[in-house]
Design a protein around this ligand. Structure first.
Ligand code: ZN
Length: 271
């Protein structure tokens, strides 16, 4: 726990100073073609989907930074200084209530970016966005992103599309948290997380999962126990492992399939 807290403190300091977390500045061309300065490979799907010249121009304005667990990327009511194109790991969009409780309303991995209000010209964040699984991101100052939006309509279109995807998630998750059972929601969350980080290991504690699902830790323990007993998940050295993805999809509420279907429909409509 003390390690995580010190990580958080370091990360906050790095975010403010804008230097400690850097693992390499984006470079024209090199990142798109493979390894960055430290061997990190460009994996963000939005950046990769841009026309080559736009991607290269944008990446040259970014800094590839490490994002330890609990790094706060956006804070409620605070100015948004940077946009983050997530390259690895998982960020969680949280709605924070006045009593300090928070509930997840969205998930962003390498398919997306953090800092949606900036593309509409807004300057502050209505939500807290925090790294739930450590990773990396290509970070660009908000003002540089604003200039890039004017210069590259293709970029603006991609970012608008992703903001719609996040809004879709928020609506579905709101309904899900109100209506569906914890074990179904847990299955839905695990599937969504796996889609965004790849692999079968989800390095999260049950305490985190309780926050993510807006429920008590005891309820998550029971739900995870049910999925474990059925052979859908297991625990490997404290990490949650997905053992049977097909059956996990069957165990999820309808929300996972609904989201997947809509995203797929939008993808084909925009091609
Ligand atoms: Zn649901």
């Amino acid at each position: 726990m003390s390690t995580m807290l010190s990580d958080l403190r370091r990360t906050k300091a790095a975010a403010q100073a804008g230097s400690d977390g850097a693992v390499g500045a984006g470079r024209n061309g090199a990142a798109r073609d493979g390894a960055g300065r430290d061997g990190h490979v460009l994996a963000n799907e939005i950046l990769l989907s841009l026309p080559r010249n736009v991607c290269n121009n944008l990446v040259s304005k970014t800094q590839l930074i490490k994002l330890p667990i609990h790094t706060i990327l956006n804070e409620v009511n605070q100015p948004i200084q940077y946009l983050y194109f997530i390259n690895a790991g998982l960020a969680s969009v949280l709605n924070v209530l006045q009593d300090g409780k928070s509930v997840e309303v969205g998930l962003t991995g390498r398919e997306g970016f953090v800092g949606v209000p900036v593309i509409a010209g807004f300057k502050t964040s209505p939500t807290r966005v925090i790294m739930q699984i450590e990773g990396t991101a290509y970070r660009i100052p908000a003002k540089d992103l604003q200039a890039a939006l004017k210069a590259f309509p293709a970029l603006e279109k991609k970012l608008l599309k992703y903001s719609q995807e996040l809004a879709l998630q928020a609506g579905q998750i709101a309904a899900c948290n109100r209506v569906h059972e914890v074990d179904e929601r847990l299955a839905r969350w695990l599937l969504m997380s796996q889609d965004r980080i790849g692999g079968s290991l989800i390095p999260l504690t049950q305490e985190f999962l309780a926050h993510m699902l807006g429920t008590r830790r005891a309820s998550v323990t029971v739900a995870a126990g049910m999925l474990q007993k059925a052979g859908l998940i297991s625990y490997v050295r404290g990490q949650l492992k997905i053992e049977d993805r097909d059956r996990l999809e069957s165990a999820s509420c309808e929300c996972y399939a609904t989201l997947t279907r809509q995203l797929s429909a939008w993808k084909s409509e925009s091609e």
